[in-house]
Design a protein around this ligand. Structure first.
Ligand SMILES: [Zn+2]
Ligand SMILES: [Zn+2]
Length: 123
């Protein structure tokens, strides 16, 4: 059984980027057309058939840091001292920079005050 596309349900339409294989998300492209955009490399594809696009989808500038606000995704916690309140526990995640020599940038978010900061490798 394949989960990549489920005709008939109408609400779960999943498409993977033909360039990098990442999951593509529906968004509104040039001229208000519905397109699928790769969150990883920014590649876009035209949408075939009907696809529901939520009104709140906005285009993300590719060089901006995307802060994950989706609270439904559990983030791992680690021991880190918050620069804002001194709390010693923070959520963390990593973002791979496009320049390979820099490695991944680690982000932390305080579990208490939600302060977010980043840490550049070098452990
Ligand atoms: Zn891609
Ligand atoms: Zn804090």
């Amino acid at each position: 059984m394949k989960f990549a596309s489920m005709p008939g349900t109408g609400c779960h339409y999943m498409q993977f980027c033909e360039k990098c294989g990442a999951l593509m998300v529906p968004t509104v492209g040039e001229g208000g057309k519905k397109v699928l955009m790769c969150r990883s490399c920014g590649h876009t594809m035209a949408v075939k058939g009907e696809l529901k696009v939520s009104q709140n989808v906005t285009r993300t500038p590719r060089d901006k840091i995307v802060v994950v606000e989706d609270e439904s995704v559990p983030m791992p916690k680690t021991a880190a001292v918050c620069p804002s309140c001194g709390n010693t526990e923070a959520y963390y995640w990593t973002v791979q920079t496009r320049r390979g020599d820099e490695g991944a940038t680690e982000f932390y978010r305080c579990t208490k005050c939600k302060q977010t900061w980043r840490y550049y490798g070098g452990r």
